[in-house]
Write a protein that binds this ligand. Sequence first.
Ligand code: NAD
Length: 507
Amino acid sequence: MADSDLFIDIVAPNGQRYKQPRGLFINNEFVRSSEGKTIASIDPGTDTEIASVYAASTEDVDTAVKAAQKALKDPSWKLLPGTDRGRLMSRLADLIEEKKELFATIDAWDNGKPYQVALNEDLPEAIGTIRYYSGWADKTFGQTISTTHAKFAYTLRQPIGVVGQIIPWNYPLSMAAWKLGPALACGNTVVIKAAEQTPLSILVLGTLIAEAGFPPGVVNIINGYGKEAGAALVAHPLVDKIAFTGSTVTAREIMKLAAGTLKNITLETGGKSPLLVFPDADIEQAVKWSHFGIFSNQGQICTATSRILVHEQIFDKFVDQLKAAIKTTSKIGSQWEESTFQGPQVTRAQYERVLSYIESGISEGATIAAGGSPVSSSLSDAHKDGYFINPTIFTNVKDSMRIYREEIFGPVVVVVAFASEEEAIQRANDTTYGLGAAVFTRDLERAHRVAAEIEAGMVWVNSSQDCDPRIPFGGVKQSGIGRELGEAGLEAYTQTKAVHVNMGTKL
Ligand code: NAD
């Protein structure tokens, strides 16, 4: 299988050596794309190319889907008992864990996130999710339903079929795990497309899928451009379901394309999640979580708490402390420095997009309380072309401004004041999004009352960004359709068949 064009020897900046696959992973083998097109992966810390990988054409998507379709009907997968499916998944989790330093290296290099964050946050999440769903593989079953003595009725929970999965670049490996875990636990077969910005780690995952012993065609991995390979996957008549994470704009396109064959869809899209700080809150905690909730992962989190609403009595104190937290915590620089909190934005396009939002905030009349510019002086020579942006706080923000209403997906936060609980809830809900929301208060009654009133798929009380494979994740309004993670995540990957058995002779 080893072929110099399909695998390249790599030495990462941290000294890690490995073989990077470059092909499309179809039927447990790496193959070239039919048209020979490639995608270059860029290190956003230095603006230099890491490697290029093959990009799928429409024809390659068709090949991958047909491989998944064949595997779905193959007895080696179709008739595999759930317990054995779970064992394969658990082996996969173990193999990822054995290579966790390698995966953290690749994702830090490809995405720009600090290596320590990739290793200590992304990897446990990816491994934990596959392991969690391995346990569900023999626990998703139907019911028997009492009717009359003349009828025996039961339901079967069956896989949906061939699932197309399209993932974003902000958590390359863990987004793949969120999608693969429940799909495989329920017995589906998969064609998964990585984001063109971060194509590398998922190909190494392919080698482990083969090594774990999954039958060929059960998991097929393609890189490719959204408008070509992504769209071809969504439109393909043999794909039964699409699960997508990414922008709301793309999700709309996907809904339209999926309508052609009436596909089942799950969408996890953008957000403009509010974080509410009431006057009775522990301000130190509120500041700590506010900082983490918008500035971690370079602000590239769909659930980032990017709108902070603070009671007017404590507004100035809160803003001063958040500015101080940036000074003490937001060490910006190379992915490989152990002390780095914030690395570069993922691509030049995202970097420029975030800076253009900062410009729009300034031109619409908001005040920059911190940051507001690219990082320049503190970077080493090697990093001077990297995509680094200073953590930015805007005050004097009106609810009509773009920086208040639109998802920026970078280290930029707006902080506004409110006067009453009623006003806080009304303004928190004044958005087309509804992904996460955080509430800081020491008043138990208020915490639960506000949690119930906020229009969001997830609410954090006195924290931000909690995420756990056991707990459902997803949005309301234009933040998505359906749920991932937890038992709720299984719903997205099974369908219920009802069986009526006639036990009598009367009509
Ligand atoms: P995107 O939605 O364009 O891309 C996400 C995935 O969808 C990628 O794999 C891409 O190849 C694919 N895709 C793109 N167009 C497609 C199409 N027409 N049909 C099928 N698949 C398609 O997101 P992006 O360009 O990477 O980022 C743009 C913005 O999206 C960000 O600034 C941010 O606001 C948001 N975003 C949100 C999340 C999230 O987790 N909610 C993640 C990444 C980006």
